[in-house]
Design a protein around this ligand. Sequence first.
Ligand SMILES: Nc1ncnc2c1ncn2[C@@H]1O[C@H](COP(=O)(O)OP(=O)(O)OP(=O)(O)O)[C@@H](O)[C@H]1O
Ligand SMILES: [Mg+2]
Length: 670
Amino acid sequence: MPSLNMVVMKRISLLPDHVANQIAAGEVVERPASVVKELVENAIDAGATRITVELDAGGRSLIRITDDGHGMNRDDALMSLERHATSKLKEASDLTSIRSMGFRGEALPSIASVSRFTLTTREQGSESSEATRIMVVGGKLTQVEAAAGPSGTSIEVRQLFYNLPARRKFLKTKETEKAHIQTYLRLAALAHPSIGFKLVQDQRVLWQLNPLSCDETLDSRMLALEERMRQLEKDSWQRLPVQFRDTIRTRIRGEDVDRYEEEPILIWGYVGAPGVGRSNRNDQCLFINGRPVENKALNFALREAYHTALMKGMHPVCCLFLEISPAFVDVNVHPAKKEVRFHNEQAVKQCVMRAIKRSLTHFAMAHRSNDPEFQPASEDTTPSSNPADPMHQSALREGPLGGSGNQIMDLPSFDPTPTLAQKNSISTANPPSMEWKAGTVHPAADSTPQSGMQAAQTASIDFSNTPQDHDRMRPILSRQLRLIGVVSRLYVLYESESGLVLIDQHAAHERVLFEQMLSRMEQGDVASQGLLVPETIELQPADAAFLTDSMACFQKLGVGIRAFGDQTFILESIPPFIKTGQARSFLLGVLDTLNRSGEVNKMRLGEEMIAKTVCRHAVKANDSLGKEELEKLLEDLKGCTMPYTCPHGRPTVIEMSLKELDRRFGRIVP
Ligand SMILES: Nc1ncnc2c1ncn2[C@@H]1O[C@H](COP(=O)(O)OP(=O)(O)OP(=O)(O)O)[C@@H](O)[C@H]1O
Ligand SMILES: [Mg+2]
């Protein structure tokens, strides 16, 4: 006889709406920051130009979001609280062209089911001067009334999770919840400089970011973004512009035959200069079609792009926007839409790497812009075929791309004068009525590990606390340097028009040697030394397969290796700069590193091998060098593709500006 339990379980019934909504809320609403995210996204979708976020107790007792968007009439307002009610999507196929932040019609009913919720809204341009106010308590509609109110929408969420004590217990302190909210708002503010954002906590204004005027052109968006970054930052990092277009080719699997589709991709924004990084990823802001996202493949692409330009353990900083047809990105893979999936992730990753490498190289080579040998690429459609050309080097270092020929755009100049002039041309749109005070920016007074740009910078190049100093935008090596002397037989001291410049002679020499060896290797000029006793190397199946695939590449680099059975290899010769006693560990080390990075190509393999050994050959820390040798070292460094970091990513050159000296001697008040 079946047990009572079994009988009960067999009866199926539909869950009441408010229970279904509470369950959906479990996924959509995790904490106050999720409420802020959903409501701010709705305001953005409604075309708001100003959004005010008010919080009490970090959003635990009150979140009020007010916008001046298109608002809703009474019927729509009532409808908006129904599950699966949305104005942004009509049928499933619309998902492939979705440009709005929302599309599921789930946020409002979910939030309303776990709070005391009040929606006040008035449709823009409607004849009626009345707004509609709707109150919902724990998912139950309690009141609908006419009210006074400006056009736009205001939503109040009180006592989040009051009816779910188990979830309320998981809320953290007021400060932590506020930090999560700020983290999201910072991303929203970066993605939408033309919207004004105001953040008020316990009646105190924390931020007031006025809307910035900005048109559709990329230059205008770059300027607005830079200005918005400055509005938000306490400290700034030295940033390089990125503007890059390419085409992504994606295979669409058909029932019988596959076909290929090509779509343009645009990557733009700012990345940190060589050597500028943080010990965490809080300053990696990535946006796909305006949506802030977390994506491991893109984090990886960023790190790879910096490669020798950043120290181990440091993460690049960026504010980078990817624009690609929505048909090539799946945004419906994460309950809070924090993640996306690309149809051709590999190609997107490669594009990001190329875009960033190009900006890093462009910056590093700026001091050679008068050099007739160096012509920065502009509107090129194919990479140069001259192996001595630095742009060619970076093109070679990249793996195969799923895309076709890329269109490289002209990057803004690093010359400070136009940058300043451009900066001045940014205007803040005149705020209309409301209580927005023009021109006042209040960055968050406090910072937590979560609050990104407000948090202390750990840039590996120090002396960076003069954010407004536009001279910092000009690469140090493009200035006139006058030798003063050498400190501790290691640091070479120079004077420039804007301060003191120090070069680490050992790190600089490492960089010079590294690039020389790399260029020899590119030209196929790598000798090989035979091992007296060839080494037999036994590998795990995955490593063996990897080595078999990249064998030709290893051989070109002077590593003589051949297969001896499925998983056994014989190592017969190695490049001359490797000690014979270390042949085996060297090969295993290189295999390990490259295997982990997931791809191999000739240059990347070579870089890894050379970086591992170049240190031993470089000038020792306390070798004393004569004036001529120092001059030669500086010239050689200037000739490098990436002169500002050694092959291990440590800085080769740092600067202490006159302003910094004045500050430290108390001549100017910081
Ligand atoms: N601030 C607002 N101004 C104007 N209309 C709004 C606003 N907030 C919500 N709406 C309307 O209410 C609808 C439901 O909002 P809701 O956030 O629940 O769903 P969505 O935005 O369509 O999708 P998602 O669940 O993915 O956010 C929206 O489609 C929109 O038409
Ligand atoms: Mg929404």
